[in-house]
Design a protein around this ligand. Structure first.
Ligand code: FPP
Length: 247
């Protein structure tokens, strides 16, 4: 029996965010170079995106490349950028077939020109799709995003287009690169690490967190269903009491 059969369709999380971790360790376990782990990780991205689209999830945000990842050895960074270009070329037809719209968050201006152009092309091509929104975090970190938002808010206050009293949760959310995207309901991290690693710090204030020891290249659709079932058994109180929620 598949865990999928236990999913309550009416309580599907609207937004799932994933910290895809463990590519390097997976490759090492097989005695392979780290890039093999990233390549296998792309297959997992393909499978999980298709499963999320089929389940009717509205947003799937994947932490594909962090601001801190720029500090990795140049060969790995270059190979990852090339892999992203290759993946976009190969996967765009699948995104179209599954009615998936691609979005990116992060400092995409830091990406090499060819990588940026491929993403912009795919974003344009999929922009009219109405199913799953696949949000790739590229050159992303939460602290970077919060600094950028603070600068923009300060500039608007200085210009007189935003009043100090208009700074609130909604206006801060709207100034983040995720502006317009609902906060994640469920955040999954693979590979057994119990950290958030500078990912969506503002947005996950009330997200349910799910950690699995499974390495990203071996994370299956069955693991995704299990995470969703686990999420559906939790009581989300948003600071209220259990009794308040029931009444
Ligand atoms: C973390 O594993 C993974 C990354 C830094 C990159 C994730 C990239 C992919 C899955 C491939 C491209 C993605 C898309 C969306 C097409 P790690 O290298 O930190 O693993 P380790 O902790 O075991 O070393």
């Amino acid at each position: 029996m598949s865990k999928k059969d236990e999913i309550i369709q009416e309580r599907i999380p609207r937004h799932i965010a994933i910290i895809m971790d463990g590519n390097g360790r997976w490759a090492k376990k097989q005695g392979l170079a780290r890039m093999f782990g990233h390549k296998q990780g792309v297959t997992t991205v393909h499978n999980i995106t298709e499963a999320a689209a089929e389940l009717g999830i509205e947003y799937l945000t994947l932490y594909a490349f962090s601001t801190e990842n720029w500090n990795r050895p140049k060969e790995e960074v270059d190979a990852l950028m090339a892999l992203l270009v290759d993946t976009i070329a190969k996967e765009t037809p699948t995104l179209m077939k599954n009615n998936v719209r691609l979005l990116t968050i992060g400092d995409v201006n830091r990406l090499p020109q060819i990588t940026r152009e491929k993403f912009l092309g795919c974003i344009h091509e999929t922009s009219a799709n109405t199913g799953l929104n696949l949000v790739l975090a590229l050159s992303y970190s939460s602290r970077w995003e919060i600094i950028e938002a603070a600068k923009r808010i300060a500039a608007e206050v200085k210009a007189g287009t935003l009043g100090i009293d208009d700074i609130n949760e909604a206006s801060i959310s709207n100034h983040l690169t995720t502006g317009g995207i609902p906060d994640p309901d469920l955040l999954i991290r693979t590979s057994g690490e119990m950290r958030i690693s500078n990912f969506l710090l503002w947005q996950i204030a009330y997200s349910e967190l799910y950690f699995t020891p499974r390495l990203w290249p071996e994370f299956t659709t069955e693991d995704l269903y299990e995470a969703i079932v686990d999420y559906q058994h939790r009581e989300r109180r948003f600071g209220k009491t259990s009794e308040q929620l029931k009444s």
